[in-house]
Write a protein that binds this ligand. Structure first.
Ligand code: CS2
Length: 452
């Protein structure tokens, strides 16, 4: 098992374009930190990675595309290889177990704690030696390390959630506590769960990228692409014996919170706003939506006048950061589909927009403009539901049902998983969302954007 020091759950495009690039650089100087890729549900990427011996193309999409070959993955565990995963997690050489399983992969309830009623959690608690959830796997892996007298590995959450490490820590400890309180206490005392902020715009691999790779004569079925900008901020709590992520280009920081919150609210909040409003206006990509001056102007005002006040004071230069983000969205080389960003709205809205709304209300600021993208999500759900089109979301069946109702916006506001009672109940936000939804339903979004 030599040469593997990191196990990664969820080797999708983001991981392969972002974290794997840092690790690829690290490996040039320190060969201990190869990645074992784990995908327990879908076999495709794992099979391709194995076939290509862990090598694939990373295209950096800038004025001229720049193609590199990455080779950070050394081992591959697909569905059906639970024994291989278990052995891997118990390997003393493994120090980091990272994950990009998207927000829904952590099985969290609306309050950010482990959802004990989630089907995967219920199943894993009933049979903890054969987990299917990430949280179940981390608990089993840590239990095996404890039994073997090994130090804990470091779970490293690389998904877009506020306090992602702290949430994962609380979830794993809560899960372990149901099986064995001593294990929970051991995990609490021995394992660190750093918070992280990850950032690089990574569109899904499309036919354009596949053609570019073919043109260069490369035989590669799993290329990935991203913008040139890339950032990885990791809370500076990694125990001795961990890989030197700073040497790989990551930023180690005592407090990741300010970065994480600013990135989620400014970049991801603006992304989701562009996605729902842009789709309603008939746009397909982020760059196209940014070329629509009504929409781009609205999003810029939203970011500068509504989101930044919710982040102030901050150690970051927020106005400059916002400008940089909007410029990145304009990159014409990236065909980043709005529909990709629109996925999983029920998981994304809380961190990206609703936390900002709650802070604005608490500070006595208006929320009329912030209500517009939320109403656009509602109309998007309504449109998909009524057309019988696909809704990609863990709550998809309920969204489809509510979306077909006459008063869909009210039905969606009543989703306790998304809107806390303080936002769903009577008050400024509820009124603003319902008004924005009604106006957009009647006249389309354009006039509303100009008025805001
Ligand atoms: C996007 C993000 O798909 C989405 O929801 O907002 O993946 C975004 O591109 C990244 O977080 C950028 O770092």
């Amino acid at each position: 098992m030599s040469g593997v020091g990191i196990v990664h759950f969820g080797p999708g495009a983001f991981h392969r374009a972002h974290q794997a690039d840092y690790v690829d650089r690290l490996l040039a100087g320190d060969p201990r930190w190869g990645i074992a890729a784990v995908s327990l549900r879908s076999p495709g990427t794992i099979e391709a990675l194995r076939r290509q011996k862990g090598r694939y193309t990373l295209a950096i999409l800038d004025s001229e595309p720049c193609l590199r070959t990455l080779a950070a993955h050394r081992a591959f565990h697909g569905p059906g290889d639970a024994a291989g995963v278990r052995a891997r997690l118990a390997d003393p050489a493994v120090r980091i177990v990272s994950s990009t399983v998207t927000e829904k992969g952590y099985c969290l309830a609306a309050d950010g704690t482990l959802d004990m009623g989630h089907g995967d959690v219920v199943r894993d608690l009933a049979d903890p030696e054969h987990p299917i959830s990430l949280v179940g796997w981390l608990a089993l892996g840590l239990a095996d390390r404890r039994a073997a007298g090994l130090p804990a590995f470091t779970p490293l959450c690389c998904d877009n959630m506020v306090a992602n490490g702290r949430k994962l820590r609380a979830a794993v400890i809560a899960f372990a506590g149901r099986i064995d309180p001593e294990l929970a206490a051991w995990i609490g005392g021995e394992a660190v769960f750093p918070d992280t902020m990850v950032d690089s715009i990574t569109p899904a691999t499309d036919s354009r990228l596949l053609a570019l790779v073919r043109e260069r004569g490369l035989d590669d079925s799993i290329p990935v692409s991203r913008e040139a900008y890339s950032e990885w901020v990791v809370e500076d709590v990694l125990p001795p014996g961990s890989p030197d992520l700073a040497a790989a280009g990551a930023t180690l920081a005592a407090d990741v919170g300010a970065w994480e919150k600013a990135k989620l609210r400014l970049l991801n909040g603006a992304h989701s706003s562009l996605a729902y409003l842009g789709l309603l206006l008939g746009h397909e990509t982020v760059a196209e939506a940014m070329a629509d001056s009504d929409l781009a102007g609205f999003v810029e005002r939203l970011v500068r006048e509504d989101v930044i006040p919710s982040l102030t004071p901050s150690p970051l230069d927020l106005q400059a950061y916002a400008g940089e983000i909007l410029e990145r969205f304009r990159n014409p080389a990236i065909g980043h589909r709005l529909s990709q960003i629109a996925w999983d709205g029920t998981q994304k809205l809380p961190y990206r927009l609703l936390d900002t709304v709650a802070d604005a209300l608490a500070a006595g600021r208006g929320v009329a403009r912030l209500a517009v993208p939320v109403a656009a999500w509602m109309l998007f759900v309504e449109r998909q539901a009524r057309a019988g089109a696909e809704i990609v979301d863990p709550l998809a069946p309920r969204l489809a049902e509510i979306g077909r109702e006459a008063n869909a916006a009210e039905g969606l506001l009543a989703l306790g998983e998304v809107f806390p009672p303080s936002l769903a109940g009577p008050g400024a936000f509820r009124s603003a969302v319902l008004a924005a939804a009604a106006r957009m339903r009647a006249n389309g979004p354009r006039t509303l954007l100009a008025n805001h």
